[in-house]
Write a protein that binds this ligand. Structure first.
Ligand code: DX5
Ligand code: ZN
Length: 218
């Protein structure tokens, strides 16, 4: 059970200090948005390269961008430990996943709420993680979509069927109120943005979220 706080709702002008508030996190989730794939613009490669110098935690890049085939391998090259591209935007996902892995990063595929997992099940052996979005991507602080829970269950069942070690990440509206549902459905990596950065003690919230997920799974 891993907790990956999203810095989207942190103070973006103080990222070095903000990542130091979550020493107990497993990863730092970095939301890259290009104003095309989603209607919001956040940060890109130069900021990720700087952030890399300010934390010992591994970076989990979530690329909500058009043309990930062109850009995603550069995030791996920049030192991100995990690089997630959206399947809706990828032209050649098998080649892309292999390029990310060749750069030494974990390769991950994200699905928007209305995108099914089944057409992509044969890709699972090429992937280290699948990200099931539990809000429409673009903004932090949105309400968790319960309609995504059956897809989390189906994704977990497919991973069992293929016998792969693929991690299953959820992102969007994850909080103490919703994390148990995600864990019960089979998720094992949890992105939490506003829940962590709006807490008085972000690192304590990371520990609470992890404990809630572990209790739900047990
Ligand atoms: C949304 C981003 C999420 C977001 C999560 O498009 O991908 O990572 O920051 O924020 P919360 O946890 O507030 O929904
Ligand atoms: Zn994200």
């Amino acid at each position: 059970m891993q907790i990956t706080p999203s810095i989207l709702n942190a103070d973006l002008a103080n990222l070095g200090a903000e990542v130091r508030r979550i020493p107990g996190a497993d990863w730092v989730h970095v939301d890259v948005m290009d104003n095309h794939f989603v209607p919001n613009l956040t940060l890109g490669l130069p900021v990720v390269e700087s952030l890399r110098q300010h934390t010992g935690l591994p970076l989990d890049a979530h690329l909500m961008i058009e043309d990930p085939d062109r850009w995603a391998p550069q995030y791996a090259e920049a030192g991100c430990g995990s690089v997630t591209f959206h399947i809706e935007a990828a032209a050649a996902p098998v080649r892309l996943a292999r390029e990310i892995r060749a750069q030494g990063a974990r390769a991950s595929m994200a699905l928007k709420p209305a995108t099914p997992i089944e057409p992509y099940e044969d890709l699972l052996p090429e992937l280290d993680m699948v990200l099931v979005m539990t809000v429409e991507p673009g903004f932090g602080g949105q309400k968790f979509l319960d309609l995504c829970l059956p897809k989390i269950r189906r994704a977990r069942a497919l991973m069992d069927k293929y016998g792969v070690e693929t991690w299953l990440q959820v992102d969007g509206g994850v909080s103490l109120e919703t994390i148990e549902r995600c864990a019960e459905a089979g998720a094992d990596v949890f992105v939490a943005g506003s829940a962590v950065y709006r807490a008085d003690d972000p690192d304590a919230m990371v520990a609470e979220l992890r404990a809630a997920a572990e209790a739900a799974r047990a």
